[in-house]
Ligand binder design. Sequence first.
Ligand SMILES: [Zn+2]
Length: 169
Amino acid sequence: MIYPIVKFGDPVLEKPSATVTVFDETLQKLIEDMFESMYAAHGVGLAAPQIGIGQRIAVVDVTFKEDPNAQIVLINPEIIHSEGKHTQSEGCLSIPDFRENVTRPNKVTIRAQDVEGQVFEKTGEDLLARAFLHETDHLNGKLYFSHISALKRDLMKRKIRKMVKAGEW
Ligand SMILES: [Zn+2]
């Protein structure tokens, strides 16, 4: 099932999500649906709040279907190590048509649970590191524009408010 993507303005995007405690078939199905929804929206990462579900679940595939082994499921993730710095243009499915340069660590280690509840750690660099950070932020109720200057952020929000008024959001 393909879920519609929730856009900025919906409070679910700015609330910390709840810890997942039940690892069952419902969760498995939700994760399948999240990958399907992410690909349908042409994204390389998707967090559950972006489909209106306030649970600490995210999916990532920075190869966008090219490598079936690149699919990563992150349940209850936390960044346990980060190093370096890298600035790159970043977007978000929940803030369509906008991109901004965001500086983030360029190498991070994440600890999370998989679909069966097994804890694992994974280190990612570059785009994968960025995806880990961006999706973990989502689960903490943070959007990427919290990492840009207040001036740029206010400008973005103003443009979005205009689009909402015009029925274009
Ligand atoms: Zn996002």
